[in-house]
Write a protein that binds this ligand. Structure first.
Ligand code: ZN
Length: 216
């Protein structure tokens, strides 16, 4: 009978797209990654939930920053160490693991590049190291090389500022392109834009270094 109930739980959860596990304390059903048992309120191990599930968000590139913050801070408050000061060592350890997994999910989803990387991984697209992706895309590689050259040749901070502005505008356009590619389900385009975003963001960092060199 219990096995049947468990099977029914699992089937329902799978239909909803979430996995169900058992609470370590009361054995009641708990959605994978949920911080607390809905039956006995005991803190749960972080489990295998992806970053989106952990924050109760649907998988997608479009994430509202204010909504993400709200969800994150609400969960973070519930997992605050002060709340577990009088609990068992096991519960304190679990709450810390949950807090770590929550921070990781938040930092990943907050950043467009990390969010895109995460979505591609969840879609089964393995994202290779930046260099390899660039080499596989001659057009993108050429663009990256030309921009690095322009930065190296910039002779004043004014010139560097112009490159920084142009690169930031390209970053914004790239993020817009990613939103369109993901919502259209075009993973090949999303992968290419993710690679482009990686080098563009790196280039923005390099403009800072170049500016310091020119000032020095
Ligand atoms: Zn429980």
């Amino acid at each position: 009978m219990q096995a049947q109930t468990r099977q029914a739980d699992r089937t329902a959860a799978q239909a909803a797209g979430t996995m169900v596990t058992r609470c370590w304390s009361c054995r009641g059903p708990v959605a994978e990654g949920a911080p607390f048992c809905p039956t006995c309120a005991a803190v749960q191990p972080p489990g295998q939930a992806d970053h989106f599930a952990r924050l109760g968000l649907p998988r997608g590139f479009g994430v509202d920053a204010a909504d993400l913050d709200r969800r994150y801070f609400a969960l973070q408050r519930q997992l605050h160490p002060d709340r577990f000061a009088t609990r068992s060592a096991h519960e304190r350890a679990l709450s810390q693991q949950q807090a770590t997994a929550l921070n990781d999910a938040y930092e990943t989803l907050k950043d467009p590049l990390r969010r895109a990387d995460c979505l591609l991984k969840l879609s089964g697209q393995d994202v290779v190291a930046e260099g390899c992706n660039l080499v596989n895309d001659p057009e993108l590689l050429m663009e990256a090389m030309e921009r690095r050259e322009a930065l190296a040749e910039a002779g004043s901070t004014v010139e560097v500022d112009a490159i920084t502005r142009a690169t930031r505008a390209d970053v914004a356009a790239c993020v817009g392109g990613l939103a369109a590619a993901f919502s259209a389900g075009d993973l090949a385009a999303a992968g290419r834009l993710t690679t482009r975003l990686k080098y563009l963001q790196k280039l923005v960092d390099e403009t800072r270094v170049r500016k310091l060199q020119l000032r020095g």
